[in-house]
Design a protein around this ligand. Structure first.
Ligand code: COA
Length: 242
């Protein structure tokens, strides 16, 4: 994994750390990052040593300041730039991973930054974090799932407030919107996330995976179908134990 340039991937005690690593550009998401992230996500999905994944951003200022605006300028249009990114379905891959994924969010969390966070299962922000969805102001709409994932977490009104106004929202407010689970002081961010990850990594990985699947897949089902899914997964877990 050492040949990556804009992603750092590390493993320690059952945890896989994925660090967005373009601090000089506030970890803006570019095509190279998309390609490297795709490879790293395949690796964490397939590596039994990785029980929990942690997403974070390098540098002091940002988790991720959104799509790389310089690539927008070189593409024929922002829409085509976005389309190109979709051709490699990194977000579909991220959402399909059945291991728990925790986001450590600091500084600027904009555009793709919010959308990456929304593909994670648990989100912890530091007090200095600022969130925003500037896409509509740039004449485009979210393309990493944000128009679907944000309302599923916050509800319609908060999602449309963020997406239509593009206003920046501070950590305390995103906590009220339920966009993040916790807000902690900056110095405690990584330790808080690692503590959660270690706790989960200590549990039976199959039970963890099935619990995640039951919730995430169940959200797209009716209550009746969801209960059926839960019962099925419970039976599969029991069978795997027997
Ligand atoms: N794409 C490409 N480069 C970016 C970037 C982005 N989305 N966001 C920041 N950068 C680069 C800046 O161009 C600058 O590069 P430079 O040092 O070579 O000039 C560097 O990161 C630092 O950013 P800077 O603007 O100097 O930091 P700041 O603290 O003054 O402002 C922001 C921070 C986030 C307010 C500002 O960078 C910004 O508005 N970024 C764009 C956010 C955006 O619209 N994202 C697209 C979402 S779809």
């Amino acid at each position: 994994m050492s040949d990556f340039e804009v992603i750092v991937y590390e493993k320690k005690d059952g945890k896989g750390y994925i660090t967005l690593n373009r601090p000089q550009a506030l970890n803006a998401y570019n095509m190279q990052m998309r390609d490297e992230l795709y490879q790293v996500l395949e690796a964490v999905r397939d590596d039994p040593d990785v029980r929990v994944v942690i997403f974070k951003g390098a540098g002091e200022k940002a988790f991720c300041a959104g799509a790389d605006l310089t690539e927008f300028l070189t593409a024929p249009s922002p829409t085509i730039a976005r389309q190109v990114r979709w051709e490699r379905d990194v977000w579909g891959l991220l959402l399909s991973i059945s291991k728990p994924i925790i986001a450590a969010l600091h500084g600027y969390v904009l555009g793709d930054g919010v959308e990456i966070a929304m593909c994670c299962d648990i989100r912890v922000a530091s007090e200095d974090a600022q969130f925003g969805a500037p896409e509509v102001g740039l004449g485009i709409i979210p393309a990493a799932g944000g128009s679907q994932t944000i309302p599923r977490v916050t509800g319609r009104a908060h999602a449309l407030d963020m997406l239509l106004t593009g206003r920046w929202v501070k950590a305390e407010e995103v906590l009220r919107m339920k966009l993040v689970n916790w807000v902690v002081v900056r110095g405690d961010l990584l330790a808080t996330v690692e503590k959660l990850a270690d706790k989960i990594a200590g549990y039976d990985p199959l039970a963890v995976s099935y619990a995640k699947q039951s919730v995430t897949r169940g959200l797209d089902l009716s209550l009746g179908q969801g209960l059926e899914l839960e019962a099925n997964l419970g039976r599969q877990l029991q069978a795997a134990r027997d």
